[in-house]
Design a protein around this ligand. Structure first.
Ligand code: DC
Length: 433
């Protein structure tokens, strides 16, 4: 059995540990807090009188020590160090030893050795970027500075310390600066990581959301039918050979777990082109009218299309998309609901928000331009460009009201518009499209 790897990264106090521990417990996986390994290394150095800024002696010290996770927390040479490494000073010291590339190399090798079946949930700063760049799922946890400071404050109080609030905010800023600016593996979000913003969430909500994503990523989503496989291969080859075709942001697409790709819609070609570009099995939400012609209907159905009706029946139609997402699959949706060649994007339909909320699926904005001028693209007069953005969190509640759904759908549309504006800024615009 292959080990399932969930990488959780984020700054201090954003809720990584609560989430990682909760997910690991729920799914029966090993939980490794890589931060506590840096803390343990720093603690050992302080105990042995080795300077925190001296790389060589630190590495020598580590080569003689045994650092390992256990259900009781981190062990150093068999000794439980959990209590002594949790102080604010130990955190500071850890951040200092973590700047040394050779220290990191050693600890990273150790961290990789923990990826054993059934799997591991590892939290840290560089898990999705350096330790496990091919993790099955990457989650980047963030929260506002105020929320993070508040959590740290309570954590320290519970441990019997008397922390000073403004001091904590300052310390968080300083630690962020050091963790993000250091040359060796700085804190960074992997582009394909799902963002989990925990500001305003209670711990149970965080754990529930991350567990759902992990569960679905672990399950893996179906196999392609022969029609799908052939169609996708054909479109890919056609685009590569005949079109002036450019794709950006593929590294931002999460390869596993539920995902809604939301794209603007200017041509019949959009579903096949965008779908064929995404490196995972896609399903497509399409107008029910398209299924009325029996032959064409059968064809697009076998090409993973899900019919959706307008008006009062729309909600029932969206259930097809929800089923796909609830088994860990990916769905391409055009929130404008119809083709729109004008330069002004249409007001979105609320379905994207409803489906995302109900299935807790992140939404990845995407933008396509030029696809309505295929002929001119063949003649190399108009490029066709597809750009993918970064995944957005689903709405907070499972059931969204009309207003909230509209607001969320508008945010998705704004993200699509921003991608297009960025394309135009860099490549100029072709308004004839
Ligand atoms: O998550 P934490 O506060 O326990 O981490 C302590 C320090 O260790 C943190 O300031 C940066 C460092 N660290 C790191 O550089 N890379 C990791 N993967 C985890 C922690």
């Amino acid at each position: 059995m292959r080990a399932f790897v969930l990488a959780i990264d984020g700054p201090a106090g954003a809720g990584k540990s609560t989430t990682a521990r909760g997910v690991a417990k729920g799914l029966g996986l090993l939980h490794v807090d890589s931060g506590s390994m840096y803390r343990a290394a720093a603690w050992l150095a302080l105990r042995k009188g080795v300077g925190l800024d001296e790389e060589r002696p630190l590495v020598d010290l580590l080569s003689r020590a045994r650092i390992e996770p256990s259900p009781e927390g981190m062990l150093v040479n068999g000794e439980r160090v959990e209590d002594v490494i949790r102080t604010a000073e130990a955190g500071e010291a850890a951040s200092r030893v973590a700047v040394h590339p050779e220290v990191r190399r050693r600890l990273v090798a150790l961290q990789r050795s923990f990826a054993r079946a059934p799997g591991v949930v590892m939290e840290g700063r560089d898990i999705g970027t350096v330790v496990f760049p091919n993790a099955d799922l990457k989650i980047f946890i963030t929260a506002s500075n105020e929320a993070r400071a508040e959590r740290r404050f309570h954590e320290l109080r519970e441990r019997g310390e008397c922390p000073d609030r403004s001091g904590i905010v300052e310390a968080i800023r300083e630690r962020d600066r050091r963790d993000t600016e250091r040359a060796a593996s700085p804190l960074a979000r992997a582009p394909d990581a799902l963002v989990l913003n925990t500001t305003g969430l209670i711990p149970e909500e965080q754990v529930e959301l991350a567990t759902r994503w992990a569960e679905l990523a672990r399950r893996g989503a179906g196999r392609a039918t022969p029609v799908y496989w052939l169609g996708k291969s054909f479109v890919r080859v056609f685009a590569r050979i005949f079109l002036d075709f450019h794709v950006e942001g593929l590294d931002r697409i999460p390869r596993k777990g539920p995902l809604i790709v939301a794209c603007n819609h200017i041509s019949f070609w959009d579903p096949p082109l965008v779908g064929a570009t995404i490196p995972r099995l896609m399903h497509f939400v399409a107008k029910a009218e398209l299924f009325e012609n029996r032959l064409f209907g059968a064809l697009i159905r076998s090409y993973n299309s899900i019919p959706i009706h307008r008006g009062s029946r729309a909600r029932a139609g969206l259930r097809g998309a929800e089923d796909v997402l609830s088994s860990g699959g990916a769905v391409l949706i055009f929130p404008e609901g119809t083709r729109n060649k004008s330069h002004t994007l249409l007001a979105p339909r609320a379905g994207v928000a409803r489906v995302s909320a109900a299935t807790r699926s992140p939404v990845l904005p995407a933008c396509i331009t030029g696809s309505n001028q295929i002929r001119r693209s063949v003649l190399r007069q108009v490029p066709i460009r597809i750009t993918f953005g970064s995944p957005m969190m689903p709405p907070r509640s499972l059931e969204v009201g009309r207003e909230e759904a509209r607001r969320y759908a508008s945010e998705v549309m704004e993200a699509i518009a921003a991608l297009r504006a960025d394309q135009e800024r860099r490549y100029g615009s072709d308004r004839r499209r």
